[in-house]
Design a protein around this ligand. Structure first.
Ligand code: TTP
Ligand code: CA
Ligand code: CA
Length: 642
């Protein structure tokens, strides 16, 4: 449920930028012969010509819509060019679209705080840039008003086509406007400049909304498309919302919007003005009630977040018509593939951006054979996310089994799955300052193996807490049909290990290590949380495994593997035969920085290597390495140091 954020002290200038028919534009740039032609991008799936996922504005004139399939589109627009989404490993590969989105973001982020909202849209906070512009040109901003800015659509500004330009010039140069509206005009000029730069550098057109908050900017960006921008002056807000159907609001598209329509007979956002704040709170609770009261007045205090990276990763696939999956074996096979891709992308995000995801969610669409029951949806299920392909696969399988169990209830009937997706969300930066022993250990996968890297947020395997949400809405930044093939661990060669170890040492991952039941090989440590789990045997010759050493770091190969712990946990997992095979190919390297080692952890090491490690400290002349607040207790919180 949405909640209200406090209003800012000072007015903001916010833009929402959305690319026009984005995948089509990317394909048209790849193949310029398609420019100007009715074009659509179709999903990888030949059934009835494939599902359309992006439609050019030329094709839209013929009535072609995204919901159609290729065959249907050809009937109403015989000249339509259908381009298939790139395919990798039997599924759509969205890499080129993601990369194109990043190109655009790089340009848009130049003038203010930028929040990536989906694969093809961003919010910008241009308040500071607008203030600077206003200071520099306090009156008559004619110089900076570009041709593009003069094409703006200003809500509430009445003008016919004959005097349109004149009206716009007057609007931009009003001396009687208040400070807030002058800032908005500057924002519109800046957005026009940015859009022109995007076009020049990427060849993509985009549309934008410029307003005093995110909600209004988002509403406005889709009002005039393609390649246009719409400005929402404060004076136009009341009229805009009075006629706006509630379902058009971002957060009102689902159950809340339906409830407003049926329970309160609220059809437009403006209709909400008939209700007092306490009344709305009575119906929808304090937070949502206040939020509704505020949006009716065009208030939205939500800040633009400084985030250029996606806020979730999702991998999904649809199985329309006869391709529906009808056995648990086929579902598992696909889940394993989706999870493998998700895991690779998580690992890339971890390595490149030092970010970790905390929640794994499984969404599916399902039907029951010979039962017409549109109301009973396959419930979405979530659990804490554990890093490692095998773990993600195992957890996703459990989530699916649980969802299927709930979906079928006590009915023993045939079923089919028409879409499956796994999403990793609640992504955060790796916190600085809190450390885990895992920051010193890094598993390496060769590119050919699965990416069993860090184990993060481990949980007891047999007790996955499941949460249920019937609303299968995917908040995954438009990555639903994603199949990005990341590189997995960054270490492809020994040289790379040395080069990259600093990065790893800097990551400071805070981790609960799950090693219950993980004893293996000659290791017989009974204590549940100990570094001993990460060393294969007491008699192993640590020094002979050392590849290189200097005062900055250590790189080892052939060490015991965190992921072997994973492979132990996989025993008995109902999965395809790949599991054991992949588990046996796990990492064989780990790396750490001497400077980051807390001496108190040395007592945890096998006696044979304590002496050697102490020697490293002397050698590296690190006199003060015990960080404040950092001790073994912080690493292994469940066990108190005696
Ligand atoms: P949108 O921004 O929703 O649409 P669009 O950019 O194609 O067209 P518009 O000019 O109206 O904004 O989606 C961005 C891209 O995301 C789109 O080009 C294709 C992809 N996409 C899907 O793959 N599946 C979907 O269901 C939607 C909505 C989008
Ligand atoms: Ca778009
Ligand atoms: Ca979009």
């Amino acid at each position: 449920m949405p909640i209200a954020r406090p209003e800012p002290q000072e007015p903001r200038v916010i833009a929402h930028v959305d690319m026009d028919c984005f995948y089509v534009q990317v394909e048209q740039r790849r193949n310029p012969e398609l420019r100007g032609l009715p074009t659509a991008v179709v999903q990888y799936n030949s059934w009835k010509g494939g599902g359309l996922i992006a439609v050019s504005y030329e094709a839209r004139k013929f009535g072609v819509k995204r919901s159609m399939r290729g065959d249907e589109a050809k009937k109403i627009c015989p000249s339509i060019q259908l381009v298939q989404v790139p395919v990798a490993h039997g599924k759509a590969d969205l890499n080129i679209y993601r990369a194109a989105g990043s190109e655009v973001i790089e340009i848009l982020a130049m003038r203010g705080k930028c929040e990536r909202a989906s694969i093809d849209e961003v919010y910008l906070d241009l308040t500071d840039a607008a203030k600077s512009m206003l200071l520099e040109t306090p009156s008559g901003m004619l110089e900076s008003i570009t041709e593009e800015a003069l094409k703006s659509n200003i809500l509430g500004l009445s003008s016919d086509s004959n005097n349109r330009e004149r009206s716009l010039i007057e609007w931009f140069c009003r001396t009687d406007a208040d400070h807030q509206e002058k800032l908005l005009a500057c924002g519109a000029i800046i957005v026009a400049q940015l859009r022109a730069k995007v076009l020049e550098e990427t060849k993509f057109t985009c549309s934008a909304g410029i307003a005093h908050n995110k909600m209004l900017a988002k509403l406005a960006s889709s009002m005039h498309k393609p390649a246009q921008q719409t400005v929402v002056p404060s004076s136009s807000v009341k009229d805009l919302l009075a006629s706006l159907p509630v379902k058009k609001m971002k957060q009102l598209g689902g159950k809340l919007g339906s409830s407003l329509q049926t329970d309160l007979r609220v059809n437009t956002v403006g209709d909400l003005l008939n209700f007092t704040e306490p009344k709305l709170q009575e119906y929808y609770g304090i937070n949502t009630g206040t939020w509704l009261w505020k949006i009716a007045r065009g208030f939205c205090g939500e800040e633009v977040k400084d985030r250029l990276l996606p806020k979730s990763h999702g991998c999904g696939k649809t199985f329309p018509g006869p391709q529906a999956l009808r056995t648990t074996v086929s579902v598992r096979n696909w889940l394993n593939q989706l999870c493998e891709e998700l895991s690779e992308r998580l690992q890339v995000d971890l390595n490149q951006n030092k970010r970790v995801a905390h929640t794994l969610t499984l969404h599916a669409s399902a039907f029951k054979e010979n039962v017409i029951d549109f109301h009973w949806k396959f419930p979405s299920k979530s659990c804490p996310l554990r890093y490692g392909t095998l773990k993600i696969q195992e957890d996703a399988t459990k989530l699916f089994d649980s969802g299927l169990h709930d979906f079928l209830g006590s009915q023993n009937i045939s079923w089919g799955i028409t879409s499956l997706s796994v999403t990793a969300s609640k992504i955060s930066d790796i916190p600085n300052g809190r450390s885990s022993i895992l920051r010193f250990l890094h598993c390496n996968d060769s590119p050919s193996t699965s990416s069993e890297g860090y184990e993060y947020d481990s949980l007891v395997l047999n007790d996955i807490p499941l949460t249920t949400g019937n609303d299968a809405h995917l908040e995954n930044d438009g990555y639903m049909i994603s199949t990005q093939k990341g590189k997995g661990c960054p270490f492809a060669s020994e040289e790379k290990v040395v080069e990259d170890h600093k990065t790893i040492a800097d990551q400071g991952i805070s981790t609960d290590i799950n090693i219950s039941g993980a004893s293996q090989g000659k290791m017989r440590n009974k204590e549940p949380y100990s570094i001993l789990k990460f060393f294969p045997s007491r008699d192993s010759s640590f020094s002979t495994r050392k590849r290189s050493f200097d005062s900055l770091g250590q790189v080892h190969s052939g060490c015991d593997k965190v992921s072997k712990v994973n492979s132990m946990e996989q025993e008995g997992t109902p999965s395809d035969g790949n599991v054991q095979h992949r588990a046996s190919e796990q990492c064989d390297q780990w790396t750490f920085s001497i400077a980051d080692i807390d001496p108190s952890v040395i007592d945890e090491l096998p006696l044979e290597i304590q002496k050697e490690v102490r020697g490293w400290f002397h050698a590296s002349k690190q006199t003060s390495i015990n960080r404040r607040g950092s001790s073994i207790i912080h690493y292994f919180s469940p066990m108190k140091k005696s």
